[in-house]
Design a protein around this ligand. Structure first.
Ligand SMILES: [Fe+2]
Ligand SMILES: [Fe+2]
Length: 206
């Protein structure tokens, strides 16, 4: 089954609350108009996040939607930042805004997914985006823990997808930490080594 068809099927079958299925479909449609490279990326990140969460007996549905919407902030920014060219430092500073922007766009109605969007680049060394200090005070410790776990899964999935599919340079300095994906992940996710270990088991190394 083509990946888009599979993604749309899963969006419908999961029946998320509060219209998140419509939001997810709309994001795919919006991204398809001018952010073509973003669509394949978010679809693959959603599937990888879902499969890892399932393996760990965590909330696969939450991981799927967090993966699918993690880069929603990109469509708020100019499309040429994501057209596949090697961006300069000034453009990278603009790109980095997508994490907070995505969180802002989602947080009113989809707080969990919005927090994951804000955190997906904050889960590794020298990352950026939201911090736990930005969380609403009303969140329970159990919810905070779940947000952090799912965000870590999405973040690692995001990096693996970028490493295996992107032809341009990854700008966060990861290339200086190792020669291959595995060593880069170990250097990048020092606090989540055990989680990183789960990924080889699903044969996503390349
Ligand atoms: Fe991102
Ligand atoms: Fe991403």
């Amino acid at each position: 089954m083509p990946i888009r068809e599979l993604i749309l099927k899963k969006i419908s079958e999961y029946q998320p609350k509060n219209g998140l299925d419509y939001i997810a479909r709309f994001f795919i449609s919006m991204a398809s108009v001018r952010h073509g490279k973003v669509t394949g990326h978010i679809e693959r990140v959603a599937l990888l996040s879902e499969v890892v969460a399932k393996r760990l007996k965590m909330d696969a549905k939450a991981a799927f939607f967090a993966g699918l919407l993690h880069d929603v902030g990109k469509i708020i920014l100019p499309y040429y930042l994501f057209d596949g060219h090697n961006i300069n430092q000034e453009e990278y500073e603009e790109v980095k805004k997508h994490a907070i922007l995505g969180s802002e766009a989602l947080k009113c109605d989809y707080l969990f997914t919005g927090l994951c969007a804000g955190l997906h680049h904050a889960m590794y060394q020298k990352g950026y985006g939201l911090t736990v200090k930005d969380f609403p005070e009303s969140l329970s410790p159990a919810t905070i823990k779940k947000v952090l776990q799912i965000s870590a899964i999405v973040s690692i999935s995001d990096f693996i997808e970028a490493f295996t599919h992107r032809t341009t340079k990854i700008k966060d300095g990861s290339d200086k930490t190792g020669d291959d994906l595995k060593s880069m992940l170990y250097a990048k996710y020092l606090d989540d080594i055990q989680l990183v270990e789960e990924f080889p088991k699903i044969e996503f190394w390349s």
